[in-house]
Write a protein that binds this ligand. Structure first.
Ligand code: ZN
Length: 430
């Protein structure tokens, strides 16, 4: 068992729940008042005034804020801070329409640094650590978020950004990197390149990885941890909430702590929007409590999770724990009436010893109108004899799926520079 690491802001991170709730209510009122300072925001909020909020339950009567509304508000439609106080913008681009833009005041950057410093500390980073930052620096929030947090803590920071995996390995060795931060699937690329170049991973001093921005299964985590000989922590956050830093796992790894003095989370039925009881899966809805330029009021994230606990954790923190994100409401695949998420398939693939970590799910419509699913995987020699039959059995028994399985050699599937593409759906218009 690893030791429970320190806590960055012990008083607030371990504050008793009643006092945390009182603080949230006060900050929700302030957030509502602040959002109402923007005429467009006020119009969509309706008549609710801060004084109407007597308990947290009253908050759930406010309308949801959707991704489409944020896209429509591009660039500054819902911004609640004077333009001259904006020191920075970050944005995320979808496949269609306007990007979602988040603006930051100086206070927002400070808030971001603080929650990221908490995240690093929760993952066991400490003075003397060398942090290699592998998400890109730019409009994507990953690079800068990790950078601010590491600097705030006074860690040694290597802001290398994305790609150049050979150089990443060299710097990890030469500079003695102990903390690797990145997009969840990037360590797999590092392992591949190390294999190709005959790089001895035993020469590295890595101890901790902080990974996020993609869904990643427990089985994928196990592969990364064994391959790089470290402990990997799941971090969450998105452009809309201000970037990574919404929450992270602690050493207990019994859920993701969400920083409740900065964010108020609800889990709702993705269809009707009604609150889901603790323990039941639903869509994560986030309100920000301390963001100035773009306060979020009941923002629908599309991420699926559940409340694991509101009790005190073994690490001493009292902040709400969410389950690791299980999928997104918009990446659930429905195939011949069966619902599943790509991560469920990933888990089954990674359980086969000789199977690689890359995969792709292709969905096609045949001329007659029936749908076909092909699962493309990579595997080493010897997989076809035992692993393939087992994988087919697992897919049938666990998910009731019988896809055609195409086994490719390792390295055949494309490796995108950013997030992995797991589903190619060509059924539309077929
Ligand atoms: Zn904890």
């Amino acid at each position: 068992m690893s030791a429970i690491p320190g806590i960055f802001q012990p008083e607030v991170e371990s504050r008793p729940r009643e006092r945390l709730v009182a603080l949230q209510l006060e900050r929700l009122r302030a957030t509502l008042a602040h959002a109402r300072s923007n005429a467009d925001y006020r119009r969509r909020l309706g008549p609710a005034e801060p004084g109407d909020l007597r308990s947290l339950d009253d908050w759930s009567r406010l309308p949801f804020l959707t991704k489409d509304e944020l896209r429509d508000a591009y660039p500054f439609g819902l911004t609640c801070a004077p333009r001259e106080s904006i020191v920075r913008v970050q944005m995320s681009s979808g496949t269609t329409g306007n990007p979602i833009l988040n603006a930051y005041t100086r206070e927002d950057i400070t808030q971001w640094s603080e929650v990221m410093a908490r995240c690093y500390t929760a993952a066991g980073a400490r003075a003397g650590d060398v942090v290699q930052i592998t998400p890109s620096f730019g409009l994507f929030t990953g690079g800068f978020g990790f950078h601010y947090g590491a600097e705030h803590l006074g860690l040694t920071t290597i802001p290398i950004g994305a790609g150049r995996t050979g150089l990443q390995l060299k710097l990890m060795e030469d500079l003695g990197t102990t903390v690797l931060v990145g997009i969840a699937t990037y360590p797999l690329r590092i392992l591949e390149v190390a294999g190709e170049e005959g790089f001895d991973l035993g020469r590295l001093r890595l101890r901790v990885a902080i990974l996020g921005a993609e869904m990643w299964s427990d089985d994928l985590r196990r592969r990364i941890e064994e391959g790089l000989r470290l402990t990997a922590y799941d971090i969450i956050g998105m452009t809309e909430t201000g970037g990574p830093g919404l929450g992270i796992e602690c050493a207990a790894r019994a859920g993701i702590h969400v920083w409740e003095d900065h964010y108020y989370c609800e889990v709702v039925d993705p269809a009707g929007g009604a609150p889901r009881p603790d323990g039941e899966e639903g869509e994560l809805v986030v309100s920000t409590l301390t963001r100035h330029a773009l306060p979020l009021i009941r923002y629908r994230t599309h991420d699926l999770t559940r409340v694991v606990s509101r009790g005190r954790c073994d690490c001493g923190r009292t902040h709400l724990r969410l389950d690791r994100l299980r999928g997104r409401t918009d990446d659930m695949v429905i195939f011949r009436g069966v619902n599943f998420y790509p991560r469920q398939i990933e888990s089954l693939i990674l359980r086969q010893r000789k199977a690689g970590h890359e995969y792709q799910i292709a969905l096609d419509r045949r001329p007659g109108g029936s749908d076909r699913m092909t699962l493309l995987i990579e595997a080493g020699p010897g997989f076809a004899q035992d692993g393939l039959a087992q994988l087919r059995r697992d897919l049938k028994e666990t998910l009731n799926l019988s896809p055609e399985v195409t086994v490719l050699e390792e390295g055949e599937l494309p490796r995108p520079a950013g997030k992995a593409v797991r589903v190619v759906d060509r059924r539309q218009g077929g």
